[in-house]
Design a protein around this ligand. Structure first.
Ligand SMILES: Nc1ncnc2c1ncn2[C@@H]1O[C@H](COP(=O)(O)OP(=O)(O)OP(=O)(O)O)[C@@H](O)[C@H]1O
Ligand SMILES: [Mg+2]
Length: 257
């Protein structure tokens, strides 16, 4: 169980007037699933990159289990906004890549990968090349690759954007089930307010110029799903609809401001 903390984090990019992230503070408790939503350009991917260790803040600290993030590590895995798969590897090769880098034995990593591929609906596609997969299949493979690496922290950047509504809901349920079993700490970026509310224990609303957190809404629909309630019933629950409208109103108000 791993916690994650942003403490007064600011980021500047060359050519931008002000900070891209302005003194952002956020703490994720171990096993929490936090969704981040907000207008394009408000710094959501930048936040994930900081946790992944791909870039460092200009000021402030990003900490995992109380230690500063200094670079990428096997304790964190990212599912990228664009699928970022390796075209020279087949599905199984992509799914096992991170585990291979970690030195997991071939028999074990392939067994793990086959199990995860089956969970994301890619059984039978192990030998296919990336260009032989649909956009939705690629996104599910991106998720599978991160899960096979079995990180303590899972960083998801719009992981389900290319999926049709039906598949999307199935994969949302899959993510909840995996999260419920594993106790992983998850940070999910999404543009989909319904998805954020359904999955997250907390929805963080960001605003741009400068990127900052403007609201945080607690939710328990994911946990209720894990306790046995049906997805459709949860998404049409009056409490769900009320929160959805509240978040929507907040996002629109910020976008118009
Ligand atoms: N490497 C970079 N160099 C310069 N500017 C950058 C760089 N990466 C991002 N930016 C700028 O920083 C801002 C935040 O980018 P970021 O990718 O974090 O936004 P985002 O919230 O993920 O947006 P989206 O929802 O469109 O994915 C944007 O204005 C973007 O143009
Ligand atoms: Mg982004």
């Amino acid at each position: 169980m791993t916690d994650l903390r942003f403490d007064q984090v600011s980021v500047y990019y060359p050519g931008q007037d002000g900070p891209v992230l302005d003194r952002v503070s956020l703490a994720l408790a171990p096993g929490e699933l936090v969704a981040v939503i907000g207008a394009s350009g408000c710094g959501k991917t930048t936040m994930l990159n900081l946790v992944a260790g791909f870039q460092a803040p200009a000021s402030g600290r990003v900490m995992v289990d109380g230690r500063d993030v200094t670079g990428p590590g096997a304790d964190r895995a990212v599912v990228f906004q664009d699928d970022a798969l390796f075209p020279w590897l087949d599905t199984l090769g992509n799914a096992t890549f991170a585990a291979r880098m970690q030195g997991v034995r071939r028999v074990e990593r392939e067994a793990r990968a086959r199990a995860v591929l089956a969970q994301v609906g890619l059984a039978g596609a192990e030998g296919r090349r990336i260009w032989e997969l649909s956009g939705g299949m690629r996104q599910r493979l991106g998720l599978a690759r991160a899960l096979v690496a079995d990180p303590a922290i899972l960083l998801l950047d719009e992981p389900f954007a290319a999926l049709d509504a039906l598949t999307r809901e199935t994969v949302q349920e899959l993510l909840l089930t995996l999260w419920g079993k594993s106790g992983k700490t998850v940070m999910l970026v999404t543009h989909d307010i319904e998805e954020a509310l359904f999955l997250a224990t907390r929805v963080i609303v960001m605003a741009p110029r400068p990127g900052r957190i403007v609201d945080a809404i607690k939710a328990d629909f994911g946990r209720r799903f894990l306790a046995g309630e049906a997805t459709r019933a949860l998404k049409s629950d009056p409490a769900f609809i009320r929160l959805r409208e509240q978040v929507l109103a907040g996002v629109f108000a910020r976008a118009a401001a």
